[in-house]
Design a protein around this ligand. Structure first.
Ligand SMILES: O=P(O)(O)OC[C@H]1O[C@](O)(CO)[C@@H](O)[C@@H]1O
Length: 462
């Protein structure tokens, strides 16, 4: 994998880039950043995942075989870090119309992720699967998440109606080793259960059973995922900024953030990597978006992640990126070798001025469009960088996950905030409990039921 930061720099894009002096100033902080990264063993236990799971992986592979032998469908129930990694893995490595392929071509079950509580979305899934022939992987680290628990209860009801009490084999859990409702249910009813290891936060959990059971069910080689992560780890544990791409990413992005560049656009040029941008969006937003610094002062840090898709979004967003404000960094991701080649054939009619396309490949077209867009935004003086994957396979995807996790953790250190908590999501969770009538939240419910404080003048009903 190649990670190219050239177009972040003044030397390349002019005044809105980062200067050598700015790098020097931030580089002085690298030894402390490195020390903190090494010291935070508990909060960063996810760094060990490529190394310490051999027996779990054996169990996961066994479970995946059972699932593929006995079922037609595999459905992940979860949200946020409990779902996005599986989605990124699925489309990042597998055929883009996987579920529509024949069983023989797939080599396993169909694969779905339910990560919302949209009634139409959930019911649509039930319209295309037979629940009796479906294994549901219920994933929640906390074991309490309202969306996941609701999905699980809906599934349980369907299974019970179809199968009586013989549904245990259709359900697998992944949750905390001791806390949460799901763990209690697991203890009481004996569902097959995997554990999210301590110190592995949801958004850093793709390389533990949270994502690995999906990988195994999809016949994605877990050892290859780990091999990529380990290779990236070897680079990203180096103390030297000039050898460590995660530190350079963090340094440049944080320098830019400190100058008010508050948007991070991830723009892969591959349909299969759009879900990687979704996964990154949670990682970057939830890790770095913090009101308080480590010293308790109010800092309001963070950078808004935006997902874009090349080339599709060239025809919707690039106008803004090229000519709008200097408030964003675009990280392009390109792929050197796609799974397939596609030639633009000789047309049976006169194609007039489009005739030059004949005999060329779509592979060349997408690569050229990426280069052209990179050139255009660089000419416009906009910060951008490029990650190039030789291929979209388990090893490269494992490396990319690990790189972005390390870069995010390092950014937390440069910003001097806690990248591993998410206190800002609590207020919304508590209000949801109250609105849904959970015991213990009566006071909040009363507060919420009071007048909204909204001025009717500003509400238009048409
Ligand atoms: O895995 P859980 O505990 O269900 O949490 C799901 C998601 O909810 C959050 O806690 C808050 O959005 C995320 O950090 C997490 O990935």
């Amino acid at each position: 994998m190649k990670i190219d930061f050239n177009h972040m720099l003044q030397a390349s894009i002019g005044e809105h880039g980062i200067s050598g002096q700015e790098i020097e100033v931030m580089a002085a902080r690298v030894p402390q950043v490195h020390k903190n990264m090494c010291d935070k063993k508990d909060a960063m236990a996810w760094r060990n995942l490529p190394y310490n799971q051999s027996s779990v992986v054996e169990e996961i592979n066994k479970e995946a075989k059972r699932i593929n032998d006995h079922f037609e469908n595999f459905v992940v129930l979860g949200i946020g870090g409990s779902a996005l990694g599986s989605k990124a893995l699925f489309t990042g490595v597998k055929h883009l119309k996987y579920n529509e392929l024949s069983r023989e071509k797939r080599g396993g079950v169909r694969f779905y992720v339910v990560d919302n509580v949209d009634p139409d979305g959930i019911n649509a899934l039930f319209d295309v699967i037979d629940v009796k022939k479906t294994c549901f992987h219920v994933i929640t680290k906390s074991g309490n998440t309202v969306e996941t628990m609701s999905q699980f209860m809906i599934v349980l009801d369907k299974l019970q109606k179809e199968m009586g009490d013989h549904f245990k084999d259709n359900i697998v859990f992944t949750t905390d080793k001791e806390s949460g409702i799901l763990k209690k249910i697991s203890n009481q009813y004996g569902f097959k259960t995997f554990t999210v290891p301590d110190g592995v936060g949801g958004r850093f959990s793709v390389l533990c059973p949270v994502g690995l059971l999906s990988a195994a069910v999809l016949n994605i080689d877990i050892n290859e995922l780990f091999a990529g992560a380990k290779e990236m780890d070897a680079a990203c544990t180096k103390e030297s900024l000039w050898e460590n791409p995660a530190y350079m990413y963090a340094l440049l992005y944080c320098t830019a953030m400190n100058k008010g560049v508050n948007i991070s656009v991830m723009m892969p040029y591959a349909d299969g990597l759009l879900n990687m941008a979704e996964w990154y969006a949670q990682l970057w937003a939830e890790s770095l978006g913090k009101r308080y610094g480590n010293d308790g002062s109010i800092v309001n840090k963070g950078q808004t992640p935006v997902r874009a898709l090349g080339v599709t979004d060239q025809h919707s967003q690039i106008q803004l990126y090229a000519e709008g404000p200097f408030d964003k960094i675009i990280s392009f991701i390109d792929v050197e070798n796609f799974h397939t080649q596609l030639k633009i054939p000789q047309a049976p009619i006169d194609m007039l001025d489009a005739a030059y396309l004949q005999g060329q490949t779509v592979n060349k077209l997408i690569a050229s469009e990426m280069r052209a867009t990179e050139y255009a935004v660089t000419q416009a003086g906009k910060m951008n960088m490029r990650i190039t994957l030789p291929e979209m396979n388990a090893k490269e995807i494992g490396a990319l996950f690990f790189f972005l996790e390390m870069a995010t953790a390092a950014a937390g250190e440069f910003l001097d905030i806690n990248a591993f908590d998410q206190p800002g999501v609590e207020a919304g969770k508590i209000a949801t409990f109250a609105l849904m009538g959970r015991e213990g939240y009566e006071e909040k419910a009363a507060e919420l039921s009071k007048a909204s404080g909204k001025d009717d003048q500003f509400i238009y009903t048409v």
